[in-house]
Design a protein around this ligand. Structure first.
Ligand code: ZN
Length: 373
């Protein structure tokens, strides 16, 4: 099996600049490297895409403004505040000088990953610097400035007719669902926490696409404290349903690390082994696969999680102790192991509730006659 790992110094340097995940990219890469996993994958050097490639999804107006922010070099006085607000820039998405290079680097990396599957030159491509699912056509949101996932899937569309997108981030994959809500060619499936006041507030189980794409989107909204065994059980049921009816040819999984216990934004009881069980279940379908990152605000846990996924994909066991030839070693204290700390959150989900969510997805699939188009 050919496994490729998207990496370049520029990709890490640009990823590090996102204020919400500053230096996380370096931390993830260091841990993967220190465990010796790079020798089990081929490095895929990402292309930096052109501004015109971003136009395949983003609006001219949004990109123009992003470029203006980029050129202002962080001098906000040159910018119109109300315009910034219109484009979702400021607040949780502050801009910085050169942000346009960040956008073309991040998008370019996921496009490169997807292009590799189109050529048939890899079975699995990993890009932990992609997965920015909240960016909309003309608006940034939730720390996402450019929707690399949508741009990557558009690249996959040049070769494949049926694409499944699976979103494991604790937040709803709103930007991706919205981008493909009217098409049958991309089936979007998001598992996420959904409670009053929880960002972004969309992704109810009745939402299943629009117009000609009706039925070709699914949402599994769970409540806080979701536990591993319960999650895996219903994940499996949902995936089996969609695989059986839709028969996708290629798969993209967003593995946001905020779905883990101990994340400052999420409230789950999930551990890397639970989510890796889900990813391995999808891998059993043997589809060409792109694995992307996303959220994850407890950086040490996110690094542990993505390193463990990388090891699982390479079929390698990891030693429990974090290797000390790692520049972030001290951050993994006090135990310095790959294990993440246990949380004791109460699981507010019941099997009855989870069953209802699967049933709702099943009914939509039936009602809108979802098939292998
Ligand atoms: Zn998230």
């Amino acid at each position: 099996m050919s496994i490729k790992y998207v990496y370049s110094e520029n990709l890490i340097a640009e990823s590090n600049k996102n204020p919400a995940v500053q230096n996380r990219a370096s931390m993830v890469h260091s841990l993967i490297k220190s465990y010796g996993l790079l020798s089990h994958m081929d490095i895929l050097i990402p292309k930096i895409c052109k501004l015109s490639d971003l136009r395949n999804f983003h609006s001219e107006d949004y990109l123009k403004f992003l470029k203006k922010c980029s050129d202002a070099h962080g001098d906000e006085s040159e910018l119109d505040n109300s315009e910034s607000e219109d484009f979702g820039l400021g607040y949780d998405c502050p801009t910085w000088g050169g942000i346009i290079n960040y956008a073309t680097t991040i998008a370019g990396a996921t496009i490169t990953a997807c292009d590799e599957l189109c050529r048939g030159s890899a079975d699995i491509v990993i890009n932990w610097n992609g997965g920015w699912h909240h960016a909309h056509r003309d608006k940034a949101g939730g720390y996402c400035y450019v929707n690399d996932i949508v741009l990557g899937i558009l690249e996959l569309r040049t070769k494949f007719d049926r694409i499944i997108y699976i979103d494991l981030d604790v937040h709803h994959g709103d930007g991706v669902e919205e981008a493909f809500e009217t098409t049958k060619r991309v089936f979007t499936l998001s598992f996420h926490q959904c409670e009053p006041g929880f960002f972004p507030g969309t992704g109810k189980s009745e939402n299943c696409g629009l117009a000609t794409g009706k039925g070709y989107a699914a949402n599994f909204p769970y409540k806080s404290g979701i536990s591993g065994a319960r999650f895996f059980n219903y994940f499996k049921k949902t995936i089996s349903l969609i695989m059986d009816t839709y028969k996708p040819q290629v798969c993209v999984i967003q593995c946001g690390g905020d779905a883990l216990a101990g994340d400052p934004l999420g409230n789950s009881n999930l551990y890397p082994k639970d989510l890796i069980e889900c990813i391995k279940f999808v891998m059993e379908f043997k589809l060409p696969l792109v694995l992307l990152g996303g959220g994850g605000y407890n950086f040490v846990n996110t690094s542990r999680y993505w390193t463990e996924i990388t090891a699982a994909v390479c079929n390698k066991e990891l030693d429990d102790d974090i290797p000390d030839e790692n520049e972030f070693f001290l951050d993994y204290g006090p135990d310095y192991t790959i294990q993440i700390q246990k949380s004791r959150r109460e699981d507010l989900n019941s099997d009855e509730y989870m069953e209802e969510c699967v049933k709702s997805i099943q009914e939509n699939i039936k009602k809108y006659n979802v098939m292998s188009v």
